[in-house]
Design a binder for this molecule. Structure first.
Ligand code: SAM
Length: 288
């Protein structure tokens, strides 16, 4: 069966009485070149164990299974169980797990189902949960690469550098933990149903070392969120409001790190945040 042929897909869905769910971000691929190139971009070979989120009808799963040692595909929509049983029949290296990926213990899942293989992620992500899913995958810390389709605007945000209008807290978190790269764009006509926006394939390569040494990584992540929660405020004011500290403490940390106290978070790069964080951490522990 050709899983990207619109007529065959319609017949398959009718046979199983399947209805699309918008709330589960179901936009299935109907252009053969996309799952092929996505699987290729994920650098999958027989020593690789792939975690796929949301196999849908299985078109990407099938491509991954041709290349990988094993594919573990986690699908939220249980009504896809009989569909996937038909489309992936005979693919011995595919394991399906029905449940919400956000409720899984990802490192445990990888150890149990992909043990002995080089773990990577490859998926056409459900757009409504892109950020929490990416955050969970990155924080799990076990994937060499995460190659996923996301909305083009999100892809740009994840790669944005300090000073760019779309530079923000989530992009910094992603860039702290990985090196993201936009590979290619995918137009709306490649999906059923068609989304309103263009998509992009992005590959996040895990960093072996963080971009800068930092004493307290949790404080760094809190600080970055605080800096962008109120992005119009100066950084000391945003940090004071977001972290519940005195503005003077934040100003002191900025000065010690060599920054003007009137700057905003949007002009500070990753290394700058790490420096400010170390200074703030010293000030807060001295005041205890
Ligand atoms: N991989 C298929 C393709 O490319 O045609 C489907 C991709 S579709 C954009 C997203 C898929 O993720 C859907 O099958 C949807 O049911 C599933 N999904 C949505 N939320 C999920 C979650 N929290 N955990 C696991 N799967 C989820």
């Amino acid at each position: 069966m050709n899983l990207t042929n619109q007529n065959e897909i319609q017949a398959l869905l009718a046979r199983h009485g399947f209805r699309f769910s918008k709330s589960m971000g179901q936009n299935f691929l109907i252009a053969d070149w996309v799952p092929r190139q996505l699987a290729e971009a994920a650098e999958v070979d027989e020593r690789t164990g792939v975690l796929e989120i949301g196999p849908g009808l299985g078109c990407l799963t099938a491509r991954l299974s041709e290349r990988a040692g094993k594919v573990l595909a986690v699908e939220l929509d249980k009504s896809l169980r009989p569909v996937l049983a038909e489309t992936l029949e005979g693919r011995e290296n595919v394991e399906l797990l029905f449940g919400d990926v956000l409720k899984q213990d990802i490192p445990a899942l990888v150890a149990e189902h992909l043990g002995g293989l080089r773990p990577v992620v490859c998926a056409n992500l459900p757009y409504n949960v892109t950020s929490p899913v990416l955050s969970a995958l990155l924080r799990a810390g076990c994937f060499e690469t995460i190659t996923v389709m996301v909305q083009r605007e999100v892809a740009k945000r994840l790669c944005a550098k300090a000073g760019a209008p779309d530079y923000g807290a989530f992009g910094i978190l992603v860039q702290w933990l990985s090196e993201p790269e936009i590979l290619f764009e995918v137009p709306p006509g490649c999906f059923l149903p068609q989304p309103k926006v263009t998509s992009a394939i992005i590959r996040l390569r895990r960093r072996t070392e963080p971009p800068a040494a930092v004493r307290d990584e949790e404080l760094l992540f809190h600080m970055i969120r605080a800096a962008f929660n109120q992005r119009r405020k100066t950084l000391p004011n945003a940090l004071a409001a977001g972290l519940g500290i005195h503005r003077e403490q934040a100003e002191q940390a900025l000065q010690n790190a060599g920054f003007d106290t009137r700057i905003r978070g949007e002009s500070v790069d990753l290394v700058g945040f790490a420096k400010i964080c170390d200074e703030l951490s010293k000030i807060l522990s001295a005041d205890l």
